[in-house]
Design a protein around this ligand. Structure first.
Ligand code: DAH
Length: 344
């Protein structure tokens, strides 16, 4: 019986002083496992005289049970301790100062878009947005650009199927607004949107960019209304001392058509590298809405007229903020966008 008692004392002491669940598990395997001493004692029973066997067997079984229940109790105790330690470790110190989240800032293109929207809302315009994907019908046909018209060449680009494409100009939204509104008057809308064209990207070209279309239709809306409106816009965007000028141009959806220049904000019209020595910088295309466009949308060009313009948002942002490469808008380098915090 002696080895049983020695083993019991030794095992009890070790189990009592186990410091972790893993240590305890090792002890369980050590004492109660298949190759452990308890099992060895069981095996040794066969060599004992017959009358001693039952008592010895009983003692070994008692030892086994005792050790098992001690291990169980110790396990509960250690689990509790480990949980308490974990809770203690994970305690949050609510007196520590908070970590402030990193704040982003508006993208310069959004700043310009919003500025333009606010400016035109102030003049009584509605803001109407379109989709990136448009029908050929609105992008070209209704804009007086029939199939095979050479004006398509510059924009005949990213098709989804024969009649659907990524919008190449916000003029497509203008055509949808016209059709929806006909024959009601007046119309006064600006339509911001993303547009896409096949293009080789460089400092001044991007296959994706943003435009804002303006459209006013009423009973007697003239080119001088257009001029007053655009002058107001140029002064708001670039400063009160700006002048604008109209240059004759051609767009299939307007007649007459003009290109609009603003006096250079760097040299104030004297001539410098930014304006290539001319004193003027081109900012947009515009004109009186072509009678064919009005007719196709369901308006009578004898009874109403109007103007339209299309302004490039990147172009305005580049001029306004002195950005020299259109690709900066789309590469999303944080160091670039962060410089616009000052305009918030
Ligand atoms: N759609 C033209 C373009 O993408 C811009 C434009 C010019 C829009 C004249 C107009 C306009 O509404 O009247 O180049």
């Amino acid at each position: 019986m002696e080895p049983i008692e020695t083993l019991q004392q030794e095992a009890q002491a070790k189990i009592q002083s186990a410091a972790s669940l893993s240590e305890l598990n090792e002890l369980r395997v050590l004492y109660l496992g298949k190759k452990g001493p308890v099992q060895e004692l069981m095996k040794g029973m066969k060599d004992l005289p017959k009358e001693e066997k039952p008592i010895f067997g009983q003692k070994v079984n008692q030892l086994k049970q005792l050790l098992s229940s001690m291990i169980e109790d110790k396990k509960v105790e250690l689990e509790k301790k480990e949980m308490e330690a974990k809770i203690e470790n994970e305690k949050i110190d609510i007196t520590l100062p908070g970590r402030s989240p990193v704040l982003g800032n508006a993208h310069p293109l959004n700043l310009v878009k919003q500025e333009l929207e606010d400016l035109f809302i102030g003049l009584g315009y509605q803001v109407i947005e379109g989709n990136d994907i448009v029908d050929d019908l609105y992008c070209f046909e209704r804009a007086n650009i029939p199939k095979d018209h050479p004006a398509r060449d510059m924009q005949d680009s990213l098709y989804i199927d024969q009649n659907t494409l990524l919008g190449t100009h916000t003029t497509a939204i203008q055509m949808m607004v016209l059709e929806k509104s006909a024959p009601n008057l007046p119309i006064k809308v600006v339509c911001p949107g993303k547009v896409y064209r096949r293009d080789d990207d460089d400092a001044t070209h991007s296959h994706q960019f943003m435009q804002m279309e303006g459209l006013v239709i009423g009973e007697k809306v003239t080119l001088s209304d257009l001029k007053g409106t655009l002058e107001f816009m140029a002064k708001k965007l670039f400063g009160q001392d700006r002048q604008i000028r109209f240059r004759p141009s051609y767009f299939p959806f307007t007649e007459p058509s003009v290109e609009v220049d603003v006096t250079c904000h760097i040299c104030n019209g004297k001539g410098c590298p930014t304006c290539k020595g001319t004193g003027w910088i081109e900012i947009l295309g515009a004109g009186e809405v072509h009678p064919n466009v009005l007719k196709m949308a369901g308006y009578d060009p004898e009874r109403c007229s109007g103007f339209a313009f299309g302004v490039g948002i990147e172009r305005v942002a580049m001029l306004k903020y002195g950005i020299d490469d259109i690709r900066h808008f789309y590469t999303n380098d944080k160091r670039f966008s962060e410089t616009f915090k000052r305009f918030d």
